[in-house]
Write a protein that binds this ligand. Sequence first.
Ligand code: PLP
Length: 388
Amino acid sequence: MKPNIRPARPLFSSGPCAKRPGWSPEVLKSALLGRSHRSAAGKARLAEVINLTRELLRLPEGWRVGIVPASDTGAVEMALWSLLGARGVDVMAWESFGGDWVNDVVKELKLKDVRTFNAPYGSLPDVTQASPDRDVVFTWNGTTSGVCVPNGDWISDRREGLTIADATSAAFAMDIPWPKIDVATFSWQKVLGGEAQHGILVLGPRAVARLESYTPAWPMPKLFRMTKGGKLVAGIFEGETINTPSMLCVEDALDALKWAKEIGGLSGTMARSKANLDAVAAWVAKSSWAGFLAATEATRSCTSICLKITDPWFQGRDAAAQGAIIKRATAMLEKEGVAYDLGAYRDAPPGFRIWGGATVEKADVAAVLPWLDWAYGAARDEMRASAH
Ligand SMILES: Cc1ncc(COP(=O)(O)O)c(C=O)c1O
């Protein structure tokens, strides 16, 4: 039986994520279009984004925020290329994006003194193995597995190395202990529901000290350059972007940040995301066929909520058949117009992924879950029938 309640907004993609409730293109009407981003008005707009970000994330004194090119990937790679190589590096990975950073460190930067700690989809490596003497690169929330670090207790306050966290699907939804984080990156397109292509780079004082005392052995593209004559280019962290930003995206980010402030700031955005996870958890507790991919409750993401199929019949199929069932179910949901983009990531175990970031309404998450029951059941029945 098809459920009779439909999500008001069937948008569950993990990026670009749903715009904030109530968003319309109208919010962009006062964007500073056709003007230079280096004009006083342009710089003021960029500085407002930076200041609001700092305020809402409750960054400590001395932590800087820069708007950088190429979305979260750009921000992460800018950090890796600029900071690594000064000491040994520990890289932790437990899903696709973390794997990309391992690849960057090992195969592209070709650093010699590297230890990698990998875990399969659903698990977290033993993060306590990270050495305080070494730099540590990790993903706060693994978007493709729905596994996040539960906290930063494993990071030493007396560390010598830097902590570099890809926090793109964590920022604004999870509690990040900033004094333990020397570098964090994210983009507007995730929890804030902003537009893609601009990255945010958060630098703590120890990362700045590294930048000013260490020059990597490799050439640095202009897009990554944060120092000049051995000094930090402070303007980058005040709105003087390295290259031209989209002032339309900047306006949209401002709208998202103002909305976040209106709903209670970080507490508000975190609570909305947690409510979405709670809705899924209540459903999983009663489900006969689905479970969390994250093996441990404390590591369950409240943003990229990844579900595996526990149904023994499904478990007995091969990977191709499993993939086909999920594909069929997601196609049915799309055709009904009740849920878009909630198939698991292509490299992850076949299953579903519901984005639960702050811009998604709990009522929509609650409404889509019975549709998942319907679509999975229908796809399985079809597959069974065609096997006979
Ligand atoms: C953990 C993680 N890192 C990096 C990225 C890449 O982000 P972007 O496409 O914004 O560069 C994503 C995108 O989903 C992600 O989830």
